[in-house]
Design a protein around this ligand. Structure first.
Ligand code: SF4
Length: 313
């Protein structure tokens, strides 16, 4: 039976499948979880930590992205490791060194028992082309943003089954999207499972999801090209590079405004003032904490932002 490895942030799913393991992005279960963490800073890491420790999420092993992405994951990952779960720590190179990135991928493949099937590189690459096509359809107003977000966020682990996942992608409804303004969603993804639907209901068409877009932007046909691509995972590197990627996408997607989602007790929250200085768009910053439906207070702020954009565009 294929073993399951939990991942706490993006690492190449093509490599995990090529090692004949099944990846499981531990974050994807958090927004619909009813777990109340015993101790926490950020609810994202605290919820998956408690779910693993309490047996609510079964994994054979865990890979903690410990460098370059999330500092809270490092500590909560160690708590899981100390419970006896086989755990590997993965580090992105902040200086974007391709050799270092390749060595990290080699350590990861060793932890997973080595590459068994390189054909998975091509299979996942082809799926990502479908993801990109969907992303383009959303920009052309032909697919709902909530459907595209659900699909793109699953590219971190392909829902544990690339064949079934491809069918899900093919079945996403094509439609004519009506809206009053086009917006981008930057920052970590909202912990509220209905956030995109709420935005849609208020006339906001989210044409860019920063983090899930990274999941389909990166790829490669062999270990070396995967290393060169994934070292550019913008969330794990210097903010200047991230701003360049964001600016290019905002321009290309013709957005009217930006929503910056921040998470309570997340260091990325400190980036808000940098975005406000470097992005020349109306920006709404919203902050979440525990997983639950989007609170009414945030709904009202989204509504006011939508009305403001409608008047100014
Ligand atoms: S929101 Fe921030 S602190 Fe929480 S898991 Fe994501 S990166 Fe880590």
């Amino acid at each position: 039976m294929t073993k399951t490895v939990g991942i706490t942030a993006l690492i190449p799913p093509e490599l995990i499948y090529a090692c004949h393991w099944q990846p499981f992005d531990v974050n994807n279960i958090v927004p619909t979880s009813h777990t109340s963490p015993r101790s926490k800073l950020c609810a994202w890491t605290a919820v998956w930590r408690d779910m693993i420790l309490d047996g609510g999420m079964y994994l054979d092993s865990l890979v903690v992205v410990a460098g370059g992405d999330c500092h809270n994951a490092l500590v909560d990952g160690q708590k899981v490791a100390m419970s006896g779960k086989p755990t590997h720590y993965f580090f992105y190179p902040f200086d974007r060194d391709p050799e270092y990135m390749e060595s990290q991928l080699l350590h990861l493949t060793e932890f997973l028992g080595g590459i068994k099937e390189t054909g998975m590189f091509k299979q996942v690459w082809d799926l990502k082309q479908k993801g990109k096509a969907l992303d383009r359809l959303r920009v052309e107003d032909r697919v709902r943003a909530s459907d595209v977000f659900s699909a793109l966020i699953s590219f971190s682990d392909l829902q544990g089954d690339p064949v079934a996942f491809e069918k899900c992608l093919d079945n996403i409804l094509r439609t004519n999207v009506e809206y009053s303004s086009r917006v981008a969603l930057i920052g970590v993804p909202p912990i509220y499972p209905d956030f995109h639907e709420v935005a849609e209901s208020l006339g906001l068409h989210i044409v860019y999801d920063e983090l899930p877009y990274e999941f389909i932007r990166l790829g490669g046909g062999d270990l070396r090209s995967i290393a060169r691509s994934y070292r550019d995972y913008s969330f794990s590197g210097p903010i200047e590079t991230r701003i360049k990627v964001i600016k290019r996408e905002l321009d290309k997607r013709n957005v009217d405004g930006v929503i910056h989602y921040t998470q309570f007790a997340c260091h990325h929250t400190l980036e808000d003032e940098i975005f406000r200085e470097y992005l020349d768009y109306p920006i709404l910053t919203v902050q979440g904490d525990l997983p639950r439906p989007t609170p009414e207070q945030i709904v009202l702020r989204l509504e006011a932002f939508s009305e403001m954009l409608e008047v100014s565009t």
